[in-house]
Design a binder for this molecule. Structure first.
Ligand code: TRP
Length: 455
C-alpha cells in the first residue's frame, strides 16, 4: 500500500493499532465469540475485523462461505506474508473454500515487475509455500489477476461506482499518479468480489484476511458494494427494519420507472410483492408494504435478522438482473517488527527471514537481531529483559511457538532475568529451524503437484 499513496498504517511496532481502529471504525476481535481462536487471534495479533460474525455464523450453520486473499509476487516470500495464509487456513478448517489472488497486475502497477517475472516468482516463491503451509488443495484455488477476465471485467464495471476524488482521498492520488496505480485498487475490488459470481461459487459470505494496511481497499470495496445494491436496509422507526428500493440507471426498467420518470404501478407492485413474499418465506407475518414509496417495513425484525434479509434480497436482485453483491468481511493482522528493529521489508534481506532461506542464513540473521536484553549479564539478571522489543521473542510469538503456555513461560523467565538475550535467540533459532525445515520438506513433497492448486 505504501507505494500507492498515503499509508495511514505505517507498519512498525509503534503503530497505535487502537487509535487506527477507532479512526477507521474497525471492530475488535471478541475472543469469547470464537469457538477455537487461532494462534494469531489468541495473541491479539489478528486484532480487528469488519463483519466477522457473518462468515463465522455461516460456519456455525454449516453454510458455505469463502476466503479471498492475495499477495503481490514482487519478491521473495517472507515471514510477514505467512500471516494471511495462516488466517486463510484457519477459516478453511471451519469450512471455507479459499481463493488466493496472485496480484501480478498490481506488481506491474506498483513495482514495475513484468507479468513474466511475476509468474516465475509466484510459482517459485509463493504457490510452493502456500502448498507447504498446508492449504487444502481440494478447497484452494490460486489464480493470477492477469489471467482472470471476470476479475478485470468487474473492476471495470465497478469503476462506475467511484471516482477520482474518492480514490484521491483514500489513497492520496494526485494529477501525476500513473493510471496503473489508479486501476490496481479496482482490480483488487474485482478480486475480492468475484468469488460471489455464479461461476466462482455464487452468493455467499466472503472474508478477506489481510494486514491492516489493506483496509483502505476493503473500505473502497464495501463502499462500492453498497452503491450497487438494489435494495437498502435501514432501521425503521420506532422499531423494526425498513427495506427500500435503491433506484439506479441499471434497475430503472426492472423497477418500472419509465424514460420520463413515470412509475409503472403494476411493475412496482410486482417488485414490492416479491419482497413481501421473500419476507414471508423467512417467517415474518407482520409486513407493511408501501408500493408507491417503494418501501416495506417489518416491525418485528431486529438487527439479527438483517443478514438473512440481505441474503434473500440479493438473490432477488440477481433474479432481476442485478449483480447481487454482498459486502465482504475482513480480518486484520498486525505487523511483526523487522529483525533489525524497524520495518520488515522484502527489499532489505537483513530485516526478515525468507521462507526459502537456508538454516545457516536464518541463524546468522537471528543472532544479529535487535535484542531486548540489558547491556551486561549482571544487569540482565537484576533487571530482566524487555520482550516487547526483543525480536527473537516477538518472532516466537508471531510465528514459531504455537504453545501458549510455553510462550508465557519464556516471557516471564525473560522478564525475571533467568533467560539471557543470547539464550532467547537460541530458543528462537531452534524453533525457527524446526519450522523452516518442516516447510522445506513439505515444499519438496509438493514440488511437482503445484498444478493441483492452480485454476
Ligand atoms: N494489495 C495486496 C498487497 O499489497 C495484494 C492483493 C491483491 C490482495 N488483491 C487482493 C489482498 C485481494 C487481499 C485481497 O499485497
Amino acid at each position: 500500500m505504501a507505494d500507492i499513496g498515503i499509508d495511514p498504517w505505517s507498519s512498525n511496532d509503534s503503530t497505535d493499532y487502537d487509535a487506527l481502529s477507532d479512526r477507521f471504525g474497525l471492530q475488535k476481535i471478541d475472543l469469547s465469540s470464537i469457538d477455537k481462536p487461532s494462534m494469531l487471534q489468541r495473541r491479539n495479533l489478528v486484532f480487528a475485523h469488519r463483519d466477522l460474525d457473518v462468515p463465522l455464523s455461516a460456519a456455525e450453520r454449516g453454510d458455505p462461505f469463502g476466503v479471498l486473499t492475495g499477495l503481490m509476487p514482487s519478491g521473495k516470500m517472507h515471514l510477514g506474508h505467512t500471516m494471511v495464509i495462516e488466517q486463510a487456513k484457519w477459516f478453511q478448517e471451519l469450512g471455507a473454500d479459499v481463493t488466493v489472488a496472485v496480484a501480478d497486475l498490481e506488481s506491474v502497477a506498483t513495482r514495475g515487475i513484468s507479468l513474466e517475472q511475476g509468474r516465475k516468482v509466484a510459482m517459485e516463491e509463493y504457490v510452493s509455500n502456500y502448498a507447504a503451509m498446508g492449504l487444502d488443495p481440494d478447497k484452494t484455488r490460486i489464480y493470477f489477476q492477469s489471467s482472470r477476465p471476470e476479475v478485470q471485467r468487474l473492476a471495470f464495471v465497478l469503476g462506475r461506482r467511484t471516482n477520482l476524488s474518492e480514490l484521491g482521498s483514500i489513497y492520496g492520488f494526485g494529477g501525476d499518479t500513473n493510471l496503473a496505480h489508479v486501476q490496481a485498487p479496482l482490480v483488487q475490488v474485482g478480486d475480492i468480489l468475484h468469488p460471489m459470481l455464479d461461476e466462482f461459487g455464487g452468493l455467499r459470505p466472503i472474508v478477506v484476511p489481510v494486514g491492516v494496511d489493506q483496509d483502505p481497499h476493503i473500505r473502497l470495496t464495501r463502499d462500492i458494494v453498497s452503491k450497487t445494491q438494489w435494495f437498502n436496509i435501514k432501521n425503521a422507526k420506532p422499531a423494526g427494519i425498513l427495506v427500500s428500493l435503491s433506484v439506479q440507471d441499471e434497475n430503472k426498467t426492472a423497477f418500472g420507472i419509465g424514460e420520463n420518470g413515470r412509475i409503472d404501478k403494476i411493475k412496482r407492485k410486482d417488485v414490492i410483492s416479491s419482497v413481501v413474499r421473500l419476507l414471508e418465506d423467512l417467517g415474518f407475518a407482520d409486513i407493511s408494504p408501501n408500493p408507491s414509496h417503494g418501501t416495506v417495513v417489518i416491525p418485528a425484525a431486529t438487527k439479527s435478522d438483517e443478514y438473512r434479509i440481505r441474503e434473500r434480497l440479493l438473490e432477488l436482485e440477481r433474479s432481476m438482473g442485478g449483480l447481487g453483491l454482498m459486502s465482504p468481511a475482513s480480518s486484520y493482522h498486525k505487523f511483526a517488527m523487522g529483525l533489525t528493529g524497524g520495518k520488515m521489508s522484502s527489499s532489505k534481506p537483513e530485516t526478515t527471514i525468507f521462507l526459502n532461506d537456508s538454516i545457516e542464513s536464518m541463524k546468522k540473521k537471528i543472532r544479529k537481531a535487535h535484542s531486548g536484553g540489558q547491556p551486561t549479564v549482571e544487569e540482565h539478571r537484576r533487571l530482566g529483559g524487555n520482550a516487547d522489543v526483543d525480536v527473537a521473542y516477538q518472532y516466537l510469538r508471531f510465528f514459531f511457538e504455537q504453545d501458549d503456555s510455553e510462550l508465557d513461560q519464556i516471557s516471564s523467565r525473560y522478564a525475571s532475568g533467568s533467560i539471557l538475550a543470547g539464550e532467547m535467540k537460541q530458543i528462537c533459532i531452534d524453533r525457527a529451524e524446526e519450522w523452516l525445515s518442516e516447510l522445506a520438506e513439505k515444499r519438496t513433497q509438493w514440488s511437482d503437484r503445484l498444478d493441483e492448486y492452480l485454476s
